[in-house]
Design a protein around this ligand. Structure first.
Ligand code: ZN
Length: 140
């Protein structure tokens, strides 16, 4: 399952959409950028059964949460974007994150990223965010 996520420019509500349409909260027409898409897939292959949400930020703006084995697609205009994935740390006291820079251009309109949280040791954990290919994404 992959979801298209947009942030309403007027009230800031993050919502899942199928296309252009009114914001469910403030009814502003939300038209999403047609230039490109950043797709983030949270891999289900990591160790442990930590089901905590992963937060996805684009250019410092929270765009939503990705559950286990889920993907979100975020329409973006052409340009340079900073993507960040954040997870709660093992004590559930603070978020730890990792960032990645990417460029969305007419020749590279869809940027695929895969994210995971791996727990190599009892008291350590690492968040992974790295480029991926379309074949590594779950079916839409
Ligand atoms: Zn709104």
């Amino acid at each position: 399952m992959s979801k298209l996520v947009l942030k309403c420019p007027r009230c800031g509500t993050v919502q899942y959409v199928k296309g252009d349409g009114p914001c469910w909260k403030c009814h502003t027409m939300v038209v999403f950028p047609k230039d490109g898409v950043i797709q983030v897939y949270r891999m289900a292959s990591c160790l442990g059964k930590f089901g905590y949400s992963m937060e996805i930020y684009i250019n410092g703006i929270l765009f939503g949460y990705v559950g286990y084995n889920e993907a979100i697609r975020i329409p973006v205009p052409y340009g340079h974007h900073h993507v960040m994935a954040k997870f709660m740390d093992y004590k559930l006291s603070k978020y730890k994150g990792i960032g990645l820079e990417c460029d969305v251009t007419p020749n590279n309109r869809i940027v695929y990223l895969k994210a995971a949280r791996v727990i190599p040791g009892y008291r350590t954990n690492t968040t992974i965010l790295e480029p991926a290919t379309a074949e590594e994404m779950p079916p839409v």
